[in-house]
Design a protein around this ligand. Structure first.
Ligand code: BEZ
Length: 220
């Protein structure tokens, strides 16, 4: 990974959609884990700014609430913040005591910021001591498939994260795209025609609902 400094800010080559997910080994609430341990499963790797903070607490409960649905999609959750392992353990115990939710996914204690810097989770001009609210969706071949960033002040939408994983997997399985606000069970977008003949064919395809040659939907 290349590194340079611009205006005293460390600039790294950060993972982008389509890149191989940067490998790491980390200390977590479930013991030491490597990203490569997850090969064959999808991973939602997410960072949160700090333990024992209210927005993060609501997010942890939210992530736990979607974890069973994610598991059905062969997708594992992996949390991260730059807090210590003792802090993580105390916080997840506290969440269970106060809110009745047992956090079952592992949480990385990234005190060295090794993982968070590799993934560009630290936004130095927002906070140099906390990770932002980043979400990396990594597929079963360990390719980064989607990246979401939210600021410290705004909790993420769990339904959207679940929808995103479903949409990515649907696109892979059926070679289609999904429209705005798509929900499973709804029509999907047929990929664009590559030729004039292909455009003609799709307009005449009874299984497609076409408004124009570039805009066709179909049921799965
Ligand atoms: C929170 O989770 O409540 C929070 C964390 C860091 C900054 C602002 C809010």
């Amino acid at each position: 990974m290349t590194e340079e400094h611009v205006n005293n800010t460390e600039v790294r080559s950060l993972p982008r959609i389509g890149d191989a997910a940067p490998q790491f080994e980390a200390v977590t609430t479930h013991g030491n884990l490597k990203l490569e341990d997850y090969k064959g499963s999808w991973v939602v790797l997410f960072s949160h700014p700090a333990d024992f903070t209210p927005v993060c607490t609501t997010e942890f409960i939210g992530f736990q609430n979607i974890s069973a649905d994610l598991k059905e999609l062969n997708t594992e959750l992996l949390g991260l913040s730059v807090d210590s392992i003792s802090s993580h353990i105390a916080w997840v115990r506290n969440i269970e005591e106060n809110f009745g939710t047992k956090i079952e996914f592992p949480v990385i204690a990234d005190l060295s910021m090794d993982v968070s810097k590799k993934y560009g989770m630290i936004m130095p001009n927002e906070s140099s001591t906390e990770a932002s609210r980043a979400v990396f969706v990594i597929d079963e071949k360990q390719v980064v498939r989607s990246i979401i960033y939210y600021p410290l002040s705004t909790g993420r939408n769990m339904d959207e994260i679940l929808r995103l994983v479903k949409a990515l997997q649907t696109a892979d399985e059926h070679q289609v795209a999904t429209p705005a606000d798509w929900q499973p069970g709804e029509k999907v977008i047929v990929p664009p025609a590559a030729t004039q003949e292909g455009a003609e064919e799709r307009m005449n395809n009874k299984d497609y609902e076409c408004v124009d040659f570039y805009f066709c939907k179909r049921d799965l």
